[in-house]
Design a protein around this ligand. Structure first.
Ligand code: PMP
Length: 360
């Protein structure tokens, strides 16, 4: 068996140690004689696993006590609707920052429920930067301000937390949650699909300040009500038990790595090398403003797009997988989440340099 280097944007690489642990206890979890997948979510054993995962996430992110942590389904896409359904609380509009594909989708969904004010948009520069705080046009009456901390496709990451005054801040952190420490107390709500830095697809994590929940739009389905999930410890119905368990293993792995400060240092080093290699060549290019370059998703183009197919073919032959950019933008994208080892980045850079020389 050889595991290759996986640069997928999501579902993405998982830590090898976590996969091995899951494999070792798959058939017989902790001597119980059955797998975790086959266990009732109401059993004392499973409730222990679920509670430990929550506690480890709370510790890693230093989540204050007045925040609920929810383990849901529906992906980040369901949150595009769940956020307005729960957080409008009688207000007639919400502010959104538009930095690319994912914030665009959140905006489109929110428009089904409320008036959306675009507090800032970087469409004018083809979504190659994040707006500065001074550029945000904020409405103090807005129900909340929503933004996407890291645009997975464009590779654009905020280098600051927007200040919306007393208006709750809502963040889609799907592709950069757990990549570095973040001050949770600055946010009203944080959500993330699991399939990048948390675990397998099928799980969505929501971190929400308690005082914001409990008042939904008329007609909100039970499963879209945060309060229902909060009151039931995310077990109003059968939760995604395997994903929640595996996320718990990832949280333990992160703690073993030294927590988010240590992971952030690794991530900065990995991304720094890759951007340096791109900038140091006339053959590769990345269009994003330097301050907003993502440490998780690194898109880059080749000087001649006719070479893209050859690049991907040779990369794959060397065990460097899933480097194709998103279909909407083309080019390449290397997603270098927490679980992608530095050796993968080194191997990619080495390959890129050899490929470039071959073209000369
Ligand atoms: N937001 C961001 C930033 C994403 O990267 C993605 C998925 N790539 C989504 C939302 C949608 O997530 P899901 O597929 O879990 O609904």
């Amino acid at each position: 068996m050889t595991r290759k280097f996986n640069f997928s944007a999501g579902p993405a690489a998982l830590p090898e140690a976590v996969l091995k642990q899951a494999q070792a206890e798959l058939l017989d979890w902790h001597g119980e004689g059955l797998s975790i997948m086959e266990m009732s979510h109401r059993s004392a054993e499973y409730i222990g696993v679920a509670a430990q995962a929550e506690q480890d996430l709370r510790e890693l992110m230093q989540i204050p006590d007045n925040y609920k942590v929810l383990f849901l389904q529906g992906g980040a896409t369901a949150q595009f609707a769940m956020v307005p359904m729960n957080l409008l609380r009688g207000a007639t509009s919400a502010d959104y920052i538009n930095t690319g594909v994912w914030s665009g989708k959140a905006i489109k969904e929110a428009q089904r429920y409320t008036q959306v004010n675009i507090a800032a948009s970087t469409e004018g520069n083809s979504f190659t930067s994040a707006p500065a705080q001074s550029e945000l046009v904020l409405n103090p009456e807005a129900a909340y301000l929503h933004y996407t901390t890291n645009e997975t496709i464009g590779g654009v990451e905020f280098d600051y937390i927007p200040d919306a005054g007393d208006v709750p801040l809502v963040a889609d952190m799907s592709s950069d949650i757990l990549s570095a420490p973040v001050d949770v107390s600055r946010f009203g709500l944080i959500y993330a699909g699991a399939q990048k830095n948390i675990g397998p697809a099928g799980l969505t994590v929501v971190i929400v300040r308690e005082d914001l929940i409990g008042s939904t739009l008329a007609g909100t389905p039970t499963m879209y009500d945060y309060k229902v999930h909060a009151d039931a410890d995310s077990m109003n119905n059968t939760p995604p038990t395997f994903g929640w368990y595996l996320a718990g293993l990832v949280f333990q792995w992160l703690k073993q790595q030294g927590g988010l400060e240590a992971i952030a240092a690794q991530n900065r080093r990995k991304a720094g090398k890759l951007y340096a290699a791109i900038d140091g060549s006339d053959f590769y290019a990345n269009p994003v403003a330097v301050a907003n370059r993502s440490i998780m998703n690194v898109p880059f183009t080749l000087a001649d797009s006719r070479l893209d197919a050859r690049f991907l073919e040779l990369a794959e032959a060397e065990g460097l997988l899933n480097l194709k950019g998103h279909r909407s933008v083309g080019g390449m994208r290397a997603s270098i989440y927490n679980a992608v080892p530095e050796a993968a980045v080194d191997a990619l850079i080495d390959f890129m340099q050899r490929f470039e020389k071959e073209q000369a």
